[in-house]
Write a new protein. Structure first.
Length: 278
């Protein structure tokens, strides 16, 4: 099973790319770590109990037993040591739930699974993926989209938006980790004249960029091609029927791409954005 990491930045279009992948007729499952992060702190979950024991009862709303995120943030981000405790509790619980879902998809015969999280690189999860896909756009596009989305409705100022961008690893710095790039820059819209939208995208229930739709379609087709034909089908069957073989091959692929990324980081190699063939 190919485990693909999908990442991006604020207002880069990662959520749209995730939606497009999940809407593809191939029915590739998505594991959204933001969703898992909410699930692991639901009432009755061990992580919520651990947060209460670590930070005190004030992090739990007395009315409904739900996590008071504002109070937790106030306490957990007060010092670096407390932040480490928070990450140890929540990140561990999220990773365990992610692994359980991956095993379930493996057992049920899925060939490709996408793990969706904006902090894939920052959290070190890129080392566990067989492929990493970065949803990229220019920084000025991120800024414009943030202000359009949250400017009037949430009172987001341009200075606030710039501060949020600075708090995340720059998308240009994430390019070195990527095996594939989905370019969602606004200037690509000028290059789609005469481009036919993939048939399956014409039935989508929301508007999406034609450039991004075309790129996602090619990406998913490439994943499927890896398991097509007699050779690809046999390779998948062996990996599925013999879990130790599948695990070994997955670990080998992840190790190889990790070594390649580390070599690029060590050499200071600059990764340029590949031109999109629409």
């Amino acid at each position: 099973m190919l485990v693909v990491g999908l990442t991006g930045g604020i207002a880069s279009g990662k959520s749209t790319a995730s939606y497009l992948i999940s809407s593809h007729p191939a029915k590739i499952p998505i594991i959204d770590l933001d969703v898992l992060a909410r699930e692991v702190v639901a009432p009755g979950q061990p992580a919520l109990t651990a947060l209460r024991n670590t930070f005190g009862p004030s992090v739990i709303n007395s009315a409904d037993g739900m996590l008071d995120r504002a109070e937790l943030g106030r306490l957990a981000f007060a010092t670096p040591d407390k932040t480490k405790l928070l990450n140890k509790i929540t990140h561990g619980a999220i990773r365990r739930r992610m692994v359980k879902k991956l095993l379930l998809y493996w057992v049920t015969g899925h060939k490709v699974v996408v793990v969706d999280t904006p902090l894939l690189v920052e959290a070190g999860l890129w080392k566990l993926c067989g492929e990493l896909v970065l949803v990229y756009c220019r920084k000025e596009d991120q800024l414009k989209r943030m202000l359009k989305r949250d400017g009037e409705s949430k009172g987001l100022s341009e200075e606030d938006a710039r501060q949020r961008l600075k708090a995340q690893l720059d998308l240009d710095d994430k390019l070195v980790y990527a095996d594939a790039v989905l370019d969602n820059s606004s200037n690509l819209d000028d290059r789609t004249e005469g481009v036919e939208a993939p048939e399956w995208t014409k039935r989508l229930d929301r508007e999406t960029s034609l450039a991004l739709r075309s790129q996602v379609d090619r990406l998913v087709e490439r994943w499927l091609d890896g398991y097509s034909g007699a050779g690809g089908g046999l390779r998948w069957l062996v990996q599925w029927l013999l879990p130790p073989v599948g695990l070994a091959m997955g670990m080998w692929r992840a190790w190889c791409r990790t070594a390649a990324v580390k070599a690029r980081l060590k050499s200071g190699e600059k990764v340029s954005l590949p031109s999109s063939k629409l």
